[in-house]
Design a binder for this molecule. Structure first.
Ligand code: ADP
Ligand code: MG
Length: 404
């Protein structure tokens, strides 16, 4: 019928616009490496801030003592307590609590320019606790440190959670914008703030443009809006809404819930995407319970899964291209460089999206191998560093307090 022909046409259009053939991914990786250079060359030289973290020593394993880490994310707040026992004994004890941040605390004002360390110190004093704040660390930098503690070959870290970001180890003399003393280690951790990356090579659709226009930060964080957990579900919702309106995907009426921004969260998308039941009952249940769309046909449910697949794969493939871009910048993207074989290289990954969205994670891995080729991919490892950001923060607090 005309309805399904229209659905098929809109799907085909989406698929074409979201396509990420490997040639395009190479262009994205190249653009990432170029922007990295530009951001290191001068302040404001690129959309990539390439922030100097002032972390020039990563954990060695020698760290000892009792440390707490507070990890404030875009969705979750984690408190971690670790007892470090030094080189031989390592992490003696590790406990953690996680709570999702109440919506009330997610919005509203803050006094921009307040010193968070001073505020935290005051709050600790109010509670009468005998504690000192020893370091304030970005989560990607923490993940890099936590990753390095467990594996000496970690050179970069990527967070794929509510938002996305990356950090990596740069040679100090490759940072022209840095005029300070060069550290003894000769290295410096750079917080890329890669969520703000953009390039004409990114496959942006009308759905993405509309999402961006209606967002709280129009024309910012374009890379993040294509790949992170905050947005994947929202892109899916926008596509479904258009298909419901223009092709009556779910029948004659359009559920008002489908019109509500961010009504469809990425974990729900993920659950529908992973539905392996023959009648796609998870998809049916989510559409009914969360979006107020009852009695969906199997055909319509299959369309929903197809859209999940298009949107998630595009995100995962672009994330892989971003990682390839970092490795290109540091000369670790091929098995052999200048006649010498490249040492084993590890990228530490953390964040709820990477951890829980299996198809996304597997697609990222496969794309990465597709881009680098089998030979290089054998020596470059992408590794889940579970709660790396929290442990890493504790480790950096430890090494920092030892040298004071
Ligand atoms: P934060 O971003 O607050 O640091 P996390 O790293 O735990 O927290 O990431 C939380 C995000 O991960 C959620 O906002 C969601 O987008 C994504 N996420 C969590 N669980 C899943 C899941 N099962 N499938 C897909 N994405 C998930
Ligand atoms: Mg986090």
């Amino acid at each position: 019928s005309g309805r399904w022909a229209r659905v098929a046409a809109l799907l085909k259009e989406l698929e074409e616009r979201c396509a990420t053939p490997v040639g395009k991914l190479r262009q994205v990786a190249d653009a990432m490496a170029v922007e990295m250079h530009a951001g290191l060359a001068s302040e404001g030289g690129s959309k990539l801030k390439m922030l100097i973290s002032y972390v020039n020593n990563l954990p060695t394993g020698e760290e000892t003592g009792l440390f707490y880490a507070l990890d404030l994310g875009g969705t979750n707040f984690r408190v971690l307590r670790v007892q470090l026992g030094g080189k031989e004994r390592r992490v003696l004890k590790q406990e953690f609590e996680e709570v999702s941040i109440p919506p009330l605390l997610m919005v509203g004002g803050s006094d921009v320019g307040e010193d968070v360390v001073a505020e935290l110190t005051r709050a600790i004093e109010r509670q009468g606790l005998d504690m000192r704040v020893s370091a304030l660390i970005n989560d990607t930098v923490g993940t890099l440190a936590g990753g390095r503690y467990h594996d000496n070959d970690v050179v970069a870290a990527v967070i794929l959670g509510t938002g996305t970001n990356a950090a990596y180890v740069e040679r100090a003399h490759a940072i022209p914008k840095w005029h300070g003393l060069l550290p003894k280690s000769g290295e410096m951790v750079i917080n890329m703030e890669w969520g703000n990356f953009r390039s004409s090579h990114l496959p942006l659709t009308d759905y993405d443009q509309a999402l961006d226009n209606e967002s709280l930060n129009p024309s910012e964080q374009i890379f993040e809006k294509l790949i992170s957990g905050m947005y994947l579900g929202e892109i899916l919702r926008r596509v479904l809404l258009r298909l419901a309106k223009e092709a009556s995907l779910f029948g004659d009426s359009v559920s008002p819930k489908l019109e509500i921004p961010f009504m469809l969260r990425t974990p729900v998308m993920s659950a529908m995407h992973h539905d392996t039941s023959p009648d796609l009952k998870v998809v049916g249940a989510k559409l009914k319970d969360l979006l107020g769309i009852p009695n969906t046909s199997l055909k319509a449910r299959k369309v929903v899964v197809q859209i999940c697949d298009i949107v998630a794969r595009r995100g995962a493939r672009l994330a892989a291209a971003g990682v390839a871009g970092i490795l290109k910048k540091v000369g670790r993207d091929a098995a052999v460089k200048g006649g010498e074989s490249v040492p084993r290289t590890v990228v530490a990954m953390d964040g709820g999206l990477y951890e829980h969205y299996t198809i996304f994670r597997e697609c990222l891995q496969a794309t990465f191998e597709e881009m680098l080729g089998a030979e290089a991919a054998a020596s470059v490892v992408i590794k889940l560093a579970n709660d790396g950001s929290g442990i890493g923060a504790a480790l950096l607090a430890a090494s920092h307090s030892q040298y004071r």
